[in-house]
Design a protein around this ligand. Sequence first.
Ligand SMILES: [Zn+2]
Length: 111
Amino acid sequence: MPECDFCCLPGAQWVYVLQDRAVVALLSDEGLVTPLPNDGRWRACDICSELVDTQGMAGLVARSLSSLRMLGVPIPDGGPDLEHMAMVVMANFATVLAARPTRQPLQGRAS
Ligand SMILES: [Zn+2]
């Protein structure tokens, strides 16, 4: 099963297609945080899809950071490093949420 682009766990059931190519930059203590480039298609699992639909940014960021940690990605436990990482994740997701994403069932999923 393909991975969810939000939490990076396998089990994506949906794909969000961005209608606008917005770029959302956030201002942190260290300066401007810009999102990573994306192809305008974001796969999502059921849980993340629920969060996208309800604009649940805090939940999306928390879920993403904790699943990355579970997958072995070194995530700082706190402090400015964690804050910066959360800002990057937030900038990515804000770009999606601001772009009027439309949800479609993911094609080719295993039934
Ligand atoms: Zn997910």
